[in-house]
Design a protein around this ligand. Structure first.
Ligand code: ZN
Length: 132
């Protein structure tokens, strides 16, 4: 891989990290909005889906939405991002150019640290890539 390509990959990983963190913050804000809406003692919302075809309407109850679980998921994703860069820094220290997790996160590493962090971040971004 040429240096300009590696530079672009490093910058893309830094940008992806920022997009991921912003998306997680959006999810967290949505879950907090739902929590504020709930009355005391109610912590789960059930969603009903209705579908009308011609004159027939059918309803289906789907799985409950638990905003507290969503908030825990946001925290989990943030921790996974942090761990991805910590592991990347360990690999980079052993096999690469010895960048810290912060430097890799900032897009300064074009070696083993980048190659280690990138697939974790790409996997974490999958749910956000499929929604508008
Ligand atoms: Zn490096």
């Amino acid at each position: 891989m040429t240096e300009p390509e590696e530079r672009r990959r490093a910058e893309a990983v830094a940008e992806l990290t920022e997009i991921l963190l912003a998306s997680i913050a959006d999810d967290e804000a949505s879950a907090n909005e739902v929590l504020e809406y709930l009355r005391p003692g109610i912590d789960v919302i059930y969603v009903n889906l209705s579908r009308t075809e011609g004159n027939v309407t059918t309803s289906t109850q789907v799985s409950p939405y638990d905003p507290a679980r969503d908030l825990a998921g946001c925290e989990s994703k943030r921790k996974l991002i942090e761990l991805a860069f910590e592991v990347a820094a360990k690999v980079d220290g052993e096999w690469g150019c010895c960048h810290t997790s912060e430097a890799i996160r900032a897009g300064q590493c074009e070696g083993a640290g980048l190659a280690t962090a990138e697939p974790f971040l790409t996997a974490l971004a999958l749910p956000y890539a499929t929604t508008a």
